[in-house]
Write a protein that binds this ligand. Sequence first.
Ligand SMILES: *Cc1c(COP(=O)(O)O)cnc(C)c1O
Length: 360
Amino acid sequence: MGENVKQFEKEFAEYIGVKHAVSVGNGTDALIIALKALGIGHGDEVITTPFSFFATSEAISYVGAKPVFVDVERESYNLDPEKIEQAITENTKAILPVHIFGRSCKIDRILEIAKKHNLYVVEDAAQAAGCEYKGKKIGSFGDLACFSFFPTKNLGCYGDGGMITTNNPKLEKVVRALRAHGSGENGQHAYNILNNIEEEVEKDEGDNTVYNPKKYYNYLIGQNSRLDEIQAAILRVKLKHLDSWNEKRIEISEKYTDSIKNHGIRCPLKANGKEMIYHLYVLEADDREKAINILREKGISTGVYYPVPLNMQKVYIGSENFENPLKVADFLSKRTFAIPLFPELTVEEISYIIETMQEV
Ligand SMILES: *Cc1c(COP(=O)(O)O)cnc(C)c1O
């Protein structure tokens, strides 16, 4: 947590268009810390999507709350806002939408519902660094938003990394405290905020390189979730290229969509501007097994995102009402798969992939 971490937090906040960005160890920690900062735990319910990476619902379960799964939209694969209200109970504390595959969800509608029912919104923006909704960056809408810098993401470091963004200065203090054992000046600030105490907090001038007694005063049960200085240094360089890489992803993806003409395959819906930044290029095949096997024979790798909806994961089966399949998520989980997509794909590789997709 040296100079590069401090600078990267500033640069990332500026890029997203929020007041605060707090770096953490990875995207899963970002979700866990965000939920903890909102005081979400045992007895609480959080509404989320069944069509995501496991960390989304895992974080909810990890803090002791119950994930309540609401089905996704057929075309966007994102949480269906029109199905949220029927899932709200007196225990609901938050909505946790994901911008899946880099496509912004209908976040304005979700914020409206949250406001009406007095719920928090935590965005899972792990796949959506640089994505926009109606001209505003994803990560600037919710009470808190969570990013991952795992190497496969659109903005990836060389190991694990994550970030939480917010415009709320109190939540920022609590998040800062939770990521580092609830200690020191941030810990004291957070403690006072959470307990409605008004008192001057002595400025911590401690330098991390010398003995700093404040570091050993703990005010909250937090965790160790730091972004390494070397990852921050790499991310500072890569952030400058993110927009152009996302543009390249959009360009290649739209070429795929325009060129792949195959009645057994459905390409993803095109979007306006940066409302879809194609973290992955995910299409649907009626016979996915066959499609994947043919592509493998031709030397083209694929990935299945996601084969098991979160509500159908083994760990949740058997616990209250989780095993009822949600229709759209269930349908998608049997058909979707991704073909290669990254900004450095060559013209020859793109043509080869398109030609092969016609034969599938
Ligand atoms: C990658 C990812 C995460 C978790 O991020 P890590 O950095 O791997 O912990 C959470 N949610 C979604 C949607 C993701 O894609």
